[in-house]
Design a protein around this ligand. Sequence first.
Ligand code: N7H
Length: 497
Amino acid sequence: MKISSTFANLVLCAVGLLSVAHAQEARSLQKRSTSLLINPPGLPQLPTANAAKAASASAGLNLTDIQGDIVVGMTKKQETFTFFTIVDAPTFKSKLRSEILPLITNARQMLKNETQPDTLVNIAFSQNGLTTLGITDNLNDTAFKNGQLNNSQALGDPVGTPDWLPEFTAGNIHGVFLFASDTVDNVNATLETVTSALGASITQVYSLQAAVRPGNEAGHEHFGFLDGISNPAIQGFDDTPLPGQASVPAGEILLGEQNDNVIRPDWAKDGSFLVFRQLQQLVPEFNKYLTDNPIREPALTPEQGSELLGARMVGRWKSGAPVFLSPLVDNPALGANSSANNDFTYAAPNNASLCPFSAHIRKTRPRADLGAESKNTHHILRGGIPYGPEVTTAEASSNTSTIERGLAFVAYQSNIGAGFQFLQQTWANNPNFFVKGTTGFDPIIGANHGNPRWTEGNLDPTIPTRNFTIITDFIVSRGGEYFFSPSLSAIANKISV
Ligand code: N7H
């Protein structure tokens, strides 16, 4: 009897995947007792392994096939992003299959300390990378296909991208490795293992080392705000969202799952588009702007008025407490309470006085402004991490950044045009969103090609029409790329063959 080649391939794939799963389990048996993720008060926890297992079983989501970073959010302790060019595709494919695939961390492994690896390893490919590997199938995502450099004007970056690093403009980034762990030594050792396994089949283009901020700043980005509070819960992975957390059909983040209505090749199922942006933050300049422009609320000192302006620009206090629930002063207990710090909708009455329409978190997720959350199909899952050192005394006293620091911004979604690009272009950079004529730019990430940005939207509650003209971009895009983070079976059966 002749076995059809399709059937033979299926058997080989199944055997291949089983051995990958066994290799991962075997490695994880001897693994860690502490987590490679941070867990500061106020940030949501991952579901327990049992809860995720039950949710995914009923939804038919295969958590061992989904790359781990997609689900973990902004909680890595140490992370290095290594961008590479594929110079020898056949050798790369063979090493990818035999040596790298067994190292790739899946979503299920991240749910228990004992199953986490020493270092999370994930991989993603640019359109140029897939093309170099001979993959001609169309993933049907225009932004991904064209690459981020071609998208830079739509994103509001200055014309000619003068601030982009040359590594991001050269057009030779084919892929990126994500290495995350609790120690730099682990990250570096794994990077060494991976790059020596791949040998001369790749060249490294660029590496960005990132890390959680020290001490009590753990979980806070460089402006000082707790970050990573509000990420959507993926249905079929986390079915018990916290109050106020968006619960999204899996297909908003993962290709080929429910609510991903775009036609994709079968092998793209359970992959996700990874948007990477190196976003420099001008922290002393941001602080100077707040000092110079306090909100003159009679009950507050000028320092408190500056703090209030910063909180209203973000929509949250540094502790994470939302200004909608704590409008005049910070409430650290609320910020630290993940069951309460996301529990609001901007519903009337008089909602803009509580949280400005221009506030970063209201621009990027307008909640009840759009009606029911299910009417908002523009969700991203943020997985970034700060990079660069703390502000020095000299920088603080001169109000001038001399060392680069910022956010290694990572966002996962099934559709870049509806996800990251939409949030940046159609909401943050659009002065007419949400209220035409009186909202202005998102004062944090809104970009106007390097030109001044105006913002109001009730930013100053004591003078609702006060117009702020911000000359300095506190966030400067240093470039980035769009990637596809495939499922493990896609790596085994499509990308490495
Ligand atoms: Fe933003 N920041 O420190 O001000 N972000 N963000 N972001 N962001 C959020 O809810 C920040 C950026 C979103 O569900 C918080 O996790 C900084 C881009 C979305 O209510 C803080 C940078 C895009 C949310 C920051 C940056 C977004 C969000 C509150 C760059 C998309 C959730 C904490 C350096 C295009 C909104 C939290 C919700 C929250 C800051 C970038 C999107 C503190 C510094 C480029 C969707």
